[in-house]
Design a protein around this ligand. Structure first.
Ligand SMILES: [Fe+2]
Length: 364
């Protein structure tokens, strides 16, 4: 319980409230939520009244509670930047209140008043996050100083927090802008790649569309569908380094040319690795020429070891290649292409995934 409170004050509260006003206050623009509001908590009505009068005379808006529980209920309705609380009170008491405030309103600054016989409780409060304490009997200079300096540091923290958020938002904006720039550059690259050869024109976008539709049929989440679409659009980006003419050479490739072509999944992964963070996208690009039986490239992965998205792209890629004209053959019909692909189930293609692709193409 709070002891009777003799007032050692250099001010006469009743007659001439200290006209401290904004003296020494921060020069911040005060946001409505930064108003000088304080919750005062003391079970001793007289002490509470004295604290209220003093705080009001210094232009603080006050709300008062006679217990820790009541204070929490008040703060739930109307949080304040500062809480001033007695330590010893019936019920859960000041230490609990300090801990509760720290847990639920971590931005709130706490000032503890103690009768001086509560060293353990006081250290618990300070450990729990109370910023100031002062001893009873209350010295009003001290109380005023505690309130104004706490308010000042509260505003300072708030300002810092606002600046931090502003900085983060600006970094986010820049990051988004950078990504947009990057992706338009990549789109240009894809268009450039395809413009080099009329036979492959539109291939990347068609593979993206087939892959996305197959991904939907296979029940991929929206996030994975996005990754799949990106990987499918960029799957052949590594071909930008290939010499003109190799892509659609009507005659057989020389061993060196063939080896160059086989490098394109790895080159694609290498080009994109500094910018694309998703390992799943990069892996889908690297492995889109693996075969289910382990005879593909670049790593000879087999079966379920081949990344899932790469297996999806392989189906879309092969179907589009078979149904498009090439310099060395005419386009196959979808039915003929699917017949070839069915015969490769378990060899080139994932046999569990192929039926979904077939039904996608024939419209079931
Ligand atoms: Fe490819």
């Amino acid at each position: 319980m709070a002891p009777a409170m003799p007032l050692y004050s250099s001010y006469s509260l009743m007659n001439s409230p200290p006209s401290i006003g904004t003296e020494g206050d921060p020069v911040h623009t005060v946001h409505p939520s930064d108003r000088r509001r304080v919750t005062l908590v003391d079970d001793e009505p007289y002490a509470l009244d004295v604290l209220m009068r003093a705080a009001r005379s210094w232009n603080f808006d006050c709300q008062a509670a006679a217990s820790a529980e009541e204070a929490v209920a008040l703060l739930e309705r109307q949080p304040t930047p500062i809480v001033v609380t007695d330590l010893r009170m019936p019920g859960r008491g000041g230490v609990w209140l300090v801990q509760e405030i720290q847990k639920r309103w971590p931005d709130t600054s706490i000032i503890v008043i103690t009768a001086g016989q509560d060293d353990d409780a006081l250290s618990q409060c300070l450990v729990a996050g109370a910023q100031h304490y002062f001893l009873k009997p209350i010295n009003f200079d001290e109380f005023h100083h505690a309130l104004t300096s706490t308010m000042r540091s509260y505003l300072h923290r708030r300002e810092k927090e606002k600046n931090r958020r502003r900085l983060e938002q600006s970094l986010d904006r820049q990051r988004r802008e950078l990504r947009r720039t990057f992706f338009s550059a990549i789109d240009c690259l894809v268009r450039t790649l395809e413009a080099r050869d009329r036979y492959t024109s539109g291939h990347s976008l068609r593979v993206r569309d087939y892959s996305a539709r197959l991904g939907q049929r296979l029940g991929l989440s929206p996030r994975r569908l996005k990754r799949l679409s990106l990987a499918a659009k960029l799957h052949d980006i590594g071909k930008v380094g290939l010499a003109e003419g190799i892509l659609n050479k009507p005659t057989a490739l020389s061993p060196e040319e063939y080896s160059n072509v086989r490098d394109h999944p790895v080159i694609g992964e290498r080009i994109l690795a500094p910018i694309i963070r998703s390992q799943e996208v990069l892996a889908a690009i690297r492995h889109h020429h693996e075969r289910f039986d382990g005879n593909g490239y670049p790593d000879g992965l087999r079966g379920a070891d081949i990344p899932y998205l790469a297996r999806v792209i392989t189906l879309a890629d092969c179907f589009d290649a078979l149904t498009s004209s090439r310099a060395y053959r005419a386009a196959l019909s979808p039915k003929a292409a699917l017949d070839i692909m069915r015969s490769e189930a378990g060899r080139q293609f994932d046999p569990d995934m192929l039926p979904a692709f077939v039904s996608l193409v024939i419209g079931h």
